[in-house]
Design a protein around this ligand. Structure first.
Ligand code: TYD
Length: 142
């Protein structure tokens, strides 16, 4: 699958750094929610779900974390370890997060409020839904 990283402009000098995130400027969606994940134990796997509609941008503002992403075409690993790198998480992408460094703070911007019904938490169900969507796209293209 195609991995979309967003390089965020750094402002600053030897005295310190600053990065700004702005709706429809360097963040390609309307920002309706921000959450952050921290104090995750190193042996913990988080995520293990996909979203039917949600778009998100993840930034490891401190430390590092590994993402496994799968849009139905097979898993790809992505390491986030740079506060100036954003990782786009599109709709219908299965994600698992692991190898959190002890100091990791992962900030996530989202284009929708929290909605439990948008989650697909069963991988087999995700594959069924994503294969169905791909089939319909193929049919529409014919
Ligand atoms: P969850 O999405 O399962 O996080 P992870 O996959 O990283 O473990 O969310 C964990 C808990 O936090 C769950 O009880 C739902 C709650 N939550 C909110 O209340 N608001 C939010 O925006 C998010 C992302 C989670």
């Amino acid at each position: 699958m195609e991995i979309e990283r967003i390089q965020l402009q750094k402002h600053g000098d030897n005295g310190g750094m600053l990065i700004a995130l702005e709706e429809d400027r360097n963040v390609p969606f309307v920002i309706r929610r921000v959450y952050y994940i921290y104090a995750t134990q190193n042996d913990v796997h988080r995520g293990k779900h996909a979203h039917r509609h949600l778009h998100q941008l993840a930034v490891a503002v401190r430390g590092s974390v590994t993402f496994l992403l799968d849009d139905g075409s097979g898993p790809v690993e992505v390491v986030l370890d740079d506060p100036s790198q954003g990782l786009m998480l599109g709709r219908m992408v299965w994600r698992e997060l692991y190898d959190f460094s002890e100091d990791c703070v992962l900030m996530v911007l989202a284009d929708q409020l929290y909605d439990q019904s948008d989650y697909i938490t069963d991988y087999a169900e995700f594959m069924r839904e994503v294969s169905g969507a791909m089939y319909l796209e193929d049919m529409a293209a014919c």
